[in-house]
Write a protein that binds this ligand. Sequence first.
Ligand SMILES: [Zn+2]
Length: 141
Amino acid sequence: MKGKIKFFKEQEGYGFILGEKGEEYYFNVHDIKSFERPPRMGDQAEFNVKASTSENKKDKAVDVVITKADFSEENNRHDDRITCPNCGRKIVPRLVTNQGQAEKSLCPYCGAKVKTFPMSYVQWGVFVILLLVFLIVKFGH
Ligand SMILES: [Zn+2]
């Protein structure tokens, strides 16, 4: 069978493939035979179908091979996940703001600081003024 990846939840390790007639097949990360990166929406796949044993469940795609990865910007630009330096998970960092300014971002799983944002121009201005005042007070005589 041929189809396209409808979506794949990397953290949960499963997804769905859309068949050529619009039918959906469940697949598990363990049923993927080869890929260079986790499957993404739009990737073309070849697979075998294993009929579901339960009536209310979808048929399963097994022996999934990603035949053509979709690297088009449309399907990849929304992926802003990074690897947490502390726990190593793929995460979308949670933004922490201070007085409307993005201050830092945290890992939603372990709470580790992922990124500290550089100071804004206003903050830099205040910093420079304070430094000047300090220098004048100390060496200004
Ligand atoms: Zn983490």
